[in-house]
Ligand binder design. Structure first.
Ligand SMILES: [Zn+2]
Length: 336
């Protein structure tokens, strides 16, 4: 049985793939749209082919793609800086929205107070709650319990800390075991609580995707009583995570489109659903749909909408590492 996720680089399967009309590079500026409620890159088109035309399939696909709806984003709060919440919650919301019933269950199964509050808020957004009021209620509770980690006002909040506190379960969800790196000596398995949020850089010297194969291997600074070699702690989740946040700022680690977990010969994949970027004391994000469509969100500039930003399949790893002069800090994966 594999403890550890196997990382694949197989691309998303795009059902109807568009030609790469989008040419985003890290240095290309977006034209942001000042007008409220409009998105310049999505132009409404009329169905204008006649009955005599060749099969309109192509035109229909084009038309449908032009009608793609922007994911809902969070509007930045200029009094209590909210960009960490805006970027992370916008990605989570758009995962949840794919299948509210299933994702309510998936996220509630983590049994995290803050995450439960967020999910409840998502459910109430059809009623009188705005996305912003949902964000604020979760934030209030985090602030009340951890005021220095989740400050109000013009202070910044680490999005890595936010993901950690939101995705840490109440109950044991993992086991760990220290095993000698040389001989067969191993300690007993121990039950542990592990957040579904992993800081890759702190536990691995991985520089390539392939090195990520063993992300949950912690050096622990202990030595084997039999042969004096270093002991290594292996951690495995009891169940394959429904969602997983990988934090790897300032590394050359490649962002896989898919992470495959293999348990008892059965493999389950988690897909890249969002990336958070940081620069100039501000977080922004790329929200990625199940089909691999990428949307850019900045609570300060795009506010409650997102801007089309190409497809995952057409974007190189270098292009994923940067966005509007900001650098990747973490990626959000989920089952679909
Ligand atoms: Zn040993």
């Amino acid at each position: 049985m594999h403890f550890l996720p196997i990382i694949n680089d197989s691309p998303w399967q795009i059902v109807k793939q568009e030609k790469n009309k989008h040419k985003n590079t890290a240095n290309t500026d977006f034209t942001f749209v000042p007008a409220v409620g409009t998105i310049s890159v999505i132009k409404k088109r009329k169905l204008n082919w006649s009955d005599n035309d060749a099969p309109p399939r192509k035109k229909l696909a084009k038309f449908l793609s032009s009608q793609r709806q922007s994911p809902l984003g969070l509007i930045w709060d200029s009094h209590d800086y909210s960009c960490s919440y805006d970027s992370f919650f916008t990605i989570l919301y758009n995962i949840w929205k794919d299948n509210p019933e299933k994702w309510t269950e998936n996220l509630q199964s983590i049994e995290n107070t803050y995450l439960n509050l967020l999910v409840k808020g998502f459910q109430n957004m059809n009623g009188n709650q705005t996305f912003e009021s949902v964000r604020n209620s979760v934030r209030e509770k985090l602030h009340k319990n951890y005021p220095s980690i989740f400050p109000l006002g013009h202070a910044g909040t680490s999005v890595g800390q936010l993901a950690y506190y939101m995705l840490k379960p109440t109950d044991y969800n993992a086991t760990s075991q220290a095993i000698c790196s040389k001989c067969n000596n191993e300690d007993m398995e121990v039950d542990e609580i592990h957040a579904y949020s992993v800081h890759i850089a702190s536990i691995s010297t991985a520089s390539s995707t392939q090195d990520w194969v063993d992300p949950f291997e912690y050096p622990i600074g202990q030595f084997c009583q039999e042969c004096l070699s270093p002991m290594v702690k292996y951690v495995k989740y009891d169940h394959i995570p429904k969602t997983l946040v990988l934090e790897y700022p300032h590394t050359d680690i490649e962002t896989s489109h898919q992470i495959k977990f293999v348990v008892n010969g059965k493999s389950i994949s988690l897909y890249l659903r969002g990336i958070i970027y940081h620069g100039d004391n501000h977080f922004t994000s790329r929200v990625i749909s199940r089909e691999g469509q990428i949307w850019y969100h900045d609570g300060m500039l795009t506010k409650d909408t997102c801007i089309e930003d190409g497809t995952l399949q057409d974007m190189s790893n270098e292009e994923l590492k940067e966005c509007q002069d900001k650098d990747l800090v973490l990626a959000v994966y989920s089952q679909i």
